[in-house]
Write a protein that binds this ligand. Structure first.
Ligand SMILES: Cc1cc2nc3c(=O)[nH]c(=O)nc-3n(C[C@H](O)[C@H](O)[C@H](O)COP(=O)(O)OP(=O)(O)OC[C@H]3O[C@@H](n4cnc5c(N)ncnc54)[C@H](O)[C@@H]3O)c2cc1C
Length: 574
């Protein structure tokens, strides 16, 4: 429904969920399992249906940035990146970032979740206790029985809601990458299944793809059999402008924040409001959630007062602790004509590929761009680890990631064929922020991922690049790799640092801006049950609550958090 339908309906709701994104739609689905509970999900963006750049897996890089499905944010100038500002995509559409992301589905390591449990003091966030929720999320589509060993069946669930699958269309670089894992097995071991809790090594990418089309929280958790539930309502094109105190508890005196104020996403002066009968849940993501909290006066009181927002509840951690993965693409000219650069330059070939996808949901467009991922740690004797303490969650967590692709992701140069290894620092120590310079809810917040604030992250990125350069120097790739188009393996550290600062962007994984901490901690925004500290009626369920960033792409963790949160909410209102 749209806002007009909602206003005309006079409906009331037990649960109001702000943001129909990755986490929000999990909650919409799970909470509406109880027919007695009425739910509304309020989403700022529009429908995901019929948007080809969302549906066709290989078109994912076209879904953002700077599109109608993107919030079109830009970071503030990054001191660590030669003062460049970066595009900072977030899904502005039903399904949120799960509708526009690159679909890699990586849970992360046991250590990542055990650190969540340690810092929150709640063992429910440990790997062992979360596996059941990972399995509720995942509906794995095993490849045909005769395909080569590319996954461990024991790791996967066939009965969850969100489709996950392995690449179906084999690309020219696939066999070369896998062969290198046996030729250089010491440094680049093959990992049969990176979702086992022990991700280290190189293995096949698992992606949120359902028979050749994207699986997002909108296509899975809001599939027709769920969205037609009479107690589940989804309102599109409606921007939540703040949350408001509706009452206070006569028993504890604590303020109750169960009212939400909203407006058409197109803007204008009109404001409407609804009060949840049971709970208001923010699932607006790592940028949207702290933005709404601060607009509501929940945050650091002096900063809020300085931009004319009346503080309503003091929680200085709101918007702090922004953590993201710095990301850099490296490409090499190769001695092969079978890369996906060809179709980017040849309209006839591109049309043929689209026709194949359109008629059978197969072919090169039915998979994402990256068929293998690698999760690697520095060797224990690395000088980086001698100069800095280990920033990872533990010995099972990677320091950096390699993403392999059979061509240039995006627009290639006019001639040549390419192989790409993108690299990312996945155990970063830099911390950034989301702040406001305006009380106008339609003004973008100031986003500062603060890349390379920490020298340790720059040192890790340097090692990641050197590692990718060693990978392409493998003897089996000698007649394949011709020359680097980005940076030479002979570059000095200073030259490499300068290249990194000039070319690094975001892997689009912001987390941590409304972080969970232990009950009674003097920092953090939510308690381990994800309720906002010091108030009643308000909970946060999205990537903003992560206290640390997993050494992984972040959607699987986000789905997992939302699945557990649904159980916590059900338990609280049973
Ligand atoms: C381009 C891109 C590529 C990525 N690639 C991968 C990948 O390959 N693998 C992976 O695991 N992760 C990837 N990620 C990250 C992953 O998608 C996110 O971590 C995850 O989806 C975040 O989920 P969320 O629920 O926290 O937020 P979102 O899914 O972003 O949901 C937030 C929702 O809230 C809505 N909203 C925000 N503010 C308001 C408001 N004021 N009123 C109403 N609605 C509002 C938004 O429109 C959105 O729908 C990528 C992200 C992007 C953007």
């Amino acid at each position: 429904m749209d806002l007009t339908d909602l206003l005309a309906s006079n409906l009331t709701f037990d649960f109001i969920i702000v943001g129909g994104g990755t986490a929000g739609n999990v909650l919409g689905n799970r909470l509406s399992e109880n027919k007695e509970h009425s739910i509304v999900v309020i989403e700022a963006g529009g429908s995901n249906a019929d948007v080809l750049n969302i549906i066709v897996p290989f078109y994912a890089p076209r879904a953002t940035p700077h599109t109608a499905q993107d919030w079109n944010y830009t970071t503030i100038p990054q001191a660590g990146l030669n003062d460049r500002s970066l595009p900072y995509p977030r899904g502005f559409v039903l399904g949120g970032s799960s509708s526009v992301n690159s679909m890699a589905y990586t849970r992360g390591s046991k250590d990542d979740y055990d650190r969540f449990a340690r810092v929150s003091g709640d063992d429910g966030w440990s790997w062992q206790n979360l596996v059941q929720y990972m399995r509720r999320n995942e509906r794995f589509h095993p490849p045909p029985a005769n395909s080569p060993e590319r996954f461990d069946p024991a790791v996967h669930s066939l009965t969850g809601i969100n489709s996950v699958s392995l690449p179906k269309f084999l690309r020219d670089s696939d066999a070369r990458v896998v062969e290198t894992t046996s030729i250089l097995s010491q440094e680049f071991p093959f990992n049969i299944d990176m979702n086992s809790g022990s991700p280290l090594g190189i293995g096949w990418t698992q992606s949120t793809i359902n028979n050749g089309s994207r699986s997002s929280s909108a296509t899975s958790y809001l599939a027709p059999q769920y969205i037609t539930r009479p107690n589940l309502h989804v309102v599109l094109n409606t921007m939540v402008t703040r949350v408001q105190q509706s009452n206070h508890s006569s028993r504890t005196g604590k303020p109750i924040f169960q009212t939400v104020e909203f407006a058409p996403s197109t803007g204008g002066p009109n404001r409407f409001s609804l009060t949840a009968k049971k709970e208001l849940i923010l699932s607006a993501g790592s940028i949207g959630t702290p933005h709404i909290l601060m607009l509501s006066g929940i945050g650091d009181s002096s900063t809020l007062s300085s931009i004319g927002i009346k503080p309503t509840h003091i929680l200085p951690s709101v918007g702090r602790n922004l953590i993201d993965h710095p990301f850099l693409r490296l490409s090499w000219l190769v001695n092969s004509t079978k890369t996906f650069d060809n179709a980017e330059r040849n309209a006839t070939l591109a049309a043929e590929e689209f026709d194949e996808w359109n008629s059978t949901k197969t072919g090169p467009l039915a998979d994402s761009a990256s068929s293998q991922l690698g999760w690697l740690r520095l060797p224990p004797n690395s000088s980086v680890l001698q100069n800095f303490s280990d920033p990872s969650a533990g010995p099972l967590s990677a320091h950096f990631e390699l993403l392999f692709a059979n061509g240039i992701v995006g627009t290639p140069p006019p001639t040549g064929n390419y192989f790409t290894i993108s690299v990312a620092v996945v155990s970063p120590t830099s911390r950034g922020s989301v702040t406001l310079n305006s009380s106008d809810p339609f003004a973008a917040p100031m986003i500062n991922p603060n890349f390379f604030e920490s020298d340790r992250d720059l040192a890790l990125m340097r090692e990641a690049v050197r590692t990718a350069q060693r990978f392409v120097a493998a003897p089996n790739l000698a007649d394949y790799i011709l020359s680097p188009i980005s940076i030479n393996a002979t570059a000095s550290d200073a030259e490499l640092d300068s290249f990194i600062r000039q070319n690094t962007g975001s892997e689009d994984h912001p987390v941590g801006t409304a972080a969970m901490s232990a009950v009674g901690a003097d920092y953090g925004v939510v308690d381990p049950d994800l309720t906002v500290k010091g108030v009643l009626g308000l909970r946060i369920v999205d990537a903003s609550i992560f206290p640390f960033i997993p050494a992984a792409h972040t959607q699987a963790a986000c789905y997992t958090v939302a699945e557990r949160a649904a159980d916590l909410i059900k338990a609280a209102f049973n």
